[in-house]
Write a protein that binds this ligand. Structure first.
Ligand SMILES: [Fe+2]
Length: 236
């Protein structure tokens, strides 16, 4: 049986409880890696934007560029500089998420990754990551004011059964929730969660690397629940 995370204070002696947590954040020293690879990363992002490119930019990018067209050809999570993040830090976080989401015993793979560059005024439009279990954004360089991660309230459908006020959708857009992010943050969320990036209102480029972790091989079912100490499992 799952247990909720510890209470989190939201001020005035009030505690918030997350009975089924779906959004997580860790910190990792991406800055030191980024200063070594920024130059060559800019070169390949420039190429993707050029008319000669064999890789298409993403239709979701407005004013920016994404290497998503190379996400399986040359995914950055496979670069040597990201070896520790890919093989140690992120798996240690995903392991916990796997348990919280009752995926114990299901194999997982980091299947794709890419880097997005947003110059001033650029944004990424609303989308989700189809059939991906954990979408992961590693913030390589987020100048002040260069845009939050924005998620669509997953309870939106239920909100329509409540007497929300006139400003809920327009003009306040409360169905979109701002997630402030900064350099060296890594965030983790389910692929079904709709999200987008706020407009870059700074005068510098914003860089984020995104990775997909996808489940395969439902060995938890093949083996039987008994292997995971569930008394109602079947035994061969
Ligand atoms: Fe995304």
């Amino acid at each position: 049986m799952l247990t909720a995370l510890q209470d989190q204070s939201i001020g005035n002696g009030i505690n918030s409880i997350n009975p089924y947590p779906y959004f997580f954040r860790s910190q990792y020293n991406l800055s030191d890696i980024w200063k070594d690879i920024k130059r060559e990363t800019d070169i390949f992002l420039d190429f993707i934007e050029s008319p000669d490119s064999t890789y298409l930019n993403s239709a979701l990018e407005k004013g920016g560029v994404s290497s998503v067209g190379r996400c399986r050809v040359d995914p950055p999570h496979g670069w040597k500089c990201f070896d520790d993040m890919t093989n140690n830090h992120i798996p240690s976080v995903v392991d916990k998420i796997w348990d919280m989401w009752s995926l114990k015993g299901v194999y997982r793979n980091m299947t794709e990754s890419w880097i997005n560059r947003h110059p001033p005024n650029a944004t990424t439009l609303e989308h989700h990551h189809h059939n991906v279990n954990v979408a992961i954004c590693a913030y390589l360089d987020v100048p002040e004011g260069s845009g939050n991660l924005e998620i669509l309230n997953p309870f939106l459908t239920y909100k329509y059964a409540e007497p929300v006020d006139d400003g809920y959708e327009m003009p306040r857009q409360d169905h979109w929730i701002q997630i402030p992010v900064k350099t060296n943050d890594i965030v983790y969320f389910p692929g079904w969660l709709k999200h987008r990036t706020g407009v870059n209102n700074s005068d510098s480029n914003r860089y984020v690397m995104t990775m997909n972790v996808t489940a395969y091989g439902m060995t938890n079912i093949d083996r039987g629940y008994d292997e995971f100490n569930n008394a109602i499992g079947f035994v061969e």
